[in-house]
Structures are given as structure tokens and as C-alpha cells.
Design a protein around this ligand. Structure first.
Ligand code: C2E
Ligand code: MG
Ligand code: MG
Ligand code: MG
Length: 280
């Protein structure tokens, strides 16, 4: 404590820790204000059916319109939101906003309107309010539950399998769908998916990025697709960036695709223009 060795390894580690603590303090104060000032908004990224080219869904992705730093992505602040409990007001606002956005697409596009995917944090899952908040967001916007998809990550699988199973099943009984995000990254046994109340599997983009050079990555992609096939689940490949990846995924029988090749995450107005154009 208080011992400073200039230039030594201790001081470097200490500096890094101090920098981290400062970042955390500054960000948590700013984030609290951001929630009050509505600086957190949702972008949306289309998910397409590879065969028809139609936009079948949109994933909502959180952005912070920081007054000084321009647009921040979740990687810049989500850890602080989770550590400070700000994730709870943020998460319920995300649910409400996502449902509102999706309800406007139904008004404008009718039955062709894409469904909305919402990322749910582990803290929200553990918080015990998810069931109620989802129902509130649906009721508040009039969105049909079958238009809503909750994205949980593979690391939450034990939670989903045990304490949350009834909550999720209750929502699924009403038509809400559940997707497992970032599949392949969590070292869980893929066969455990058979026990979970899920509808959609999302292949993590790291496997898509490597599948053309790396046979092991290709095997993971094909493995997830064959599990999806056997269980009657939809599969979406994330992070599709090149036409040759799309061709390869098509050969593997993958139908759901999402990535920069088709569209970056877009702010609501641009997204709407994109959807209106794609619908014609
Ligand atoms: P995710 O759910 O796996 O979302 C996909 C991420 O990949 C997004 O990053 C998206 O912008 C990015 N992406 C999409 N296509 C491509 C591509 O072709 N290439 C590359 N390199 N990247 C692509 P983003 O928006 O920075 O979000 C990062 C993560 O933050 C998300 O990963 C999700 O776990 C989390 N997140 C985003 N929005 C929310 C939210 O509203 N609530 C919570 N709890 N987490 C969120
Ligand atoms: Mg996601
Ligand atoms: Mg993902
Ligand atoms: Mg991912």
C-alpha cells in the first residue's frame, strides 16, 4: 500500500488498476446521466433468409449517443452497466423500446414485418423480473408475443436449464421465442441444448470467420446446423462478411444469416428505410 516503484512492474500494474478504477467511476457517473437523458438508443441489424433474401428479423443493438465521444457500442460500457446495476433500468428500457420499434414495423409492413431480437444480460436473467418485464413491454406496445425473440448467451445455459426454465417456458407458451446467442463459445456440451426451452440457435461469428480455412471451425458450424435440424430449431449464422461465406453457409444448409455483408446495425430511421425498400 502506498509503495511506488517508479518504472517497476508493480507500478505498471498499479497504474493499470488505477486507470481501470477511474474509467469505472467516470463511466458509471456518466451512464447514470445517460439513462436520465435518454442517450441510450437502439440500432437494428437485419437477419435475412439466405434463400429468399427477405429480412425475417432484426436484432436490436444498444448504442450510447455520448455527448462528447459520439456513438459508443456495448463493448465500451456494458461491463460498467452490469457492475453498477444500471443494467436493470437499461434492460427494461431496451425491452420497451425494442417492442415499440417492432410494433411500428407491423403497422407499416403488415404480416411481412420482421420479428425483433433483444439481447438479455445475465444480470437481468438472475434478477428475477424478466418474465414480468417482458409481459409489460408487450402489453405496453401491443406487440404480438410471437414477434419477440429473447437472445440469451450460451454461458447462461445452466441458469436456463434450472431456475429459469419455468419463466422461459411461461413466455414461450405465450409465443415469445428464445434464441441462444454466441453458440460454440461457452465450452458447454452442445447436446445440452436438447434440454432447453429454445427456438433458435445463433452460431458465433468467430466460427463463421474461420470456417473456410479451419476445418475445426467448419465442423462446429456444421455441428450446430445438424443439431438445429434434428431438433427443428432455426439457425442463424452471425458475422457474415463475405459472399463466399454466404455460399459456404448455403451449402451447409444454413438459412438464417446476419452480418456486414447484408447490413451494418442501423439507426431506427435508416433501418425503416431499409425495411421498406426490402419489402418491395
Ligand atoms: P451479439 O448479441 O453477439 O451481437 C452481435 C455483434 O456483432 C454486434 O456488436 C454487431 O454489431 C456485431 N456484428 C454484426 N455483424 C457483424 C459482422 O459482419 N462483422 C463483425 N465483425 N461484427 C458484426 P455490438 O452491437 O457491438 O454488440 C456487442 C454485444 O453487446 C452483443 O453481441 C450483445 O452481447 C451485447 N448487447 C448489444 N445490445 C445489447 C442490449 O440491448 N442489452 C444487452 N444486455 N446486451 C447487448
Ligand atoms: Mg445477440
Ligand atoms: Mg451473438
Ligand atoms: Mg457474438
Amino acid at each position: 500500500k502506498g509503495r511506488i516503484e517508479v518504472g517497476g512492474p508493480d507500478s505498471e500494474a498499479q497504474l493499470a488498476r488505477t486507470a481501470q478504477a477511474k474509467r469505472h467511476m467516470r463511466l458509471s457517473a456518466e451512464l447514470r446521466q445517460a439513462v436520465e437523458r435518454d442517450e441510450l438508443i437502439l440500432y437494428g441489424q437485419p437477419v435475412l433468409d439466405l434463400r429468399s433474401g427477405q429480412v425475417v428479423a432484426v436484432e436490436s443493438l444498444l448504442r450510447w449517443m455520448h455527448p462528447e465521444l459520439s456513438v459508443l457500442a456495448p463493448g465500451d460500457f456494458l461491463d460498467v452497466a452490469e457492475a453498477t446495476d444500471l443494467i436493470f433500468p437499461i434492460g427494461s428500457r431496451v425491452l420497451g423500446e425494442a417492442c415499440r420499434m417492432a410494433a411500428t414495423w407491423v403497422d407499416l409492413l403488415g404480416p411481412a414485418a420482421p420479428s425483433i431480437h433483444v439481447n438479455i444480460s445475465g444480470r437481468q436473467l438472475e434478477g428475477g423480473n424478466l418474465h414480468r418485464e417482458v409481459l409489460r413491454a408487450l402489453a405496453g406496445t401491443g406487440l404480438d408475443p410471437s414477434q419477440l425473440v429473447l437472445e440469451l448467451t450460451e454461458t447462461h445455459m445452466p441458469l436456463i436449464a434450472n431456475s429459469l426454465k419455468n419463466d422461459l417456458q411461461g413466455l414461450r407458451d405465450r409465443g415469445v421465442k428464445v434464441a441462444i446467442d454466441d453458440l460454440g463459445t461457452g465450452y458447454s456440451s452442445l447436446t445440452r441444448i436438447t434440454e432447453l426451452p429454445v427456438d433458435i440457435l445463433k452460431i458465433d461469428m468467430s466460427f463463421v470467420a474461420r470456417m473456410e480455412e479451419d476445418p475445426a471451425s467448419a465442423a462446429v458450424v456444421r455441428g450446430i446446423l445438424s443439431i438445429g435440424d434434428a431438433l427443428g430449431l432455426d439457425v442463424i449464422a452471425e458475422g457474415v462478411e463475405t459472399p463466399s461465406q454466404a455460399v459456404r453457409l448455403g451449402e451447409y444448409g444454413c438459412t438464417g444469416v446476419q452480418g456486414y455483408l447484408y447490413s451494418r446495425p442501423l439507426p431506427e430511421e435508416e433501418l425503416l428505410a431499409h425495411l421498406a425498400k426490402a419489402g418491395r
